[in-house]
Unconditional design. Structure first.
Length: 201
């Protein structure tokens, strides 16, 4: 089941994520004071970017989708649709909130991350158990590897909550580092062998 890149690409902009976008003329110092908005947007953008990259890679490996695959796919997209909520919370908490607000915002971001990762993990494991739905045997190995990543993401979300009690900003930076690292590794990813029929991923 092939998908074009444009079919699974979500839109993302700072104002659409309910962050506090600058209004009217702004001096450089005023723009710099809005750094929580930019940091929150970057975290949201990278989260959506990872969902898009994974979705594109996963859907290209599925030969046919049964109702279970479709429902799990909707589940992960539901989780992704919630990203604007913690984005706005993080932006407001870092800019004007107290420590409790910041911890709560990181907690919500972590919960949304888990809500995205659980359907991914379920989809990966389901496809591993139903290889006839996949294009080739190599795709089973990819799904197994991605299941491990989904599990690691859930663990990282828990770690970010623990770190937030020490430093909410450090917790957000941890998210950013993990997200950038994942995107770089995903972009460098290569299948170990050519697909049947000479088609490379």
């Amino acid at each position: 089941m092939r998908r074009s890149a444009t079919q699974s690409s979500p839109s993302c902009s700072p104002c659409s994520y309910s962050t506090s976008c600058p209004r009217g003329a702004q001096s450089p110092s005023q723009l710099l004071r809005n750094w929580p908005t930019y940091l929150a947007f970057l975290a949201a953008f990278l989260t959506i970017g990872i969902v898009w990259l994974n979705h594109d890679r996963a859907m290209s490996r599925i030969r046919t989708a049964n109702p279970v695959v479709l429902v799990l796919n909707l589940g992960l997209l539901l989780g992704a649709s919630l990203v604007p909520w913690p984005t706005g919370l993080i932006s407001a908490a870092l800019k004007d909130g107290d420590r409790a607000d910041q911890i709560a915002a990181i907690f919500v971001f972590a919960v949304v991350t888990v809500l995205i990762s659980i359907p991914w993990l379920a989809l990966d494991l389901y496809l591993v158990g139903h290889p006839h739905l996949l294009e080739s045997p190599y795709d089973v190995a990819w799904m197994r590897a991605h299941a491990r990543i989904s599990t690691a993401t859930i663990i990282a979300a828990g770690a970010s909550i623990a770190l937030a009690f020490a430093s909410p900003l450090a917790s957000l930076v941890l998210y950013l580092v993990i997200e950038v690292t994942f995107i770089v590794l995903r972009l460098r990813e290569r299948d170990p062998q050519m697909r049947p029929g000479g088609e490379a991923d």
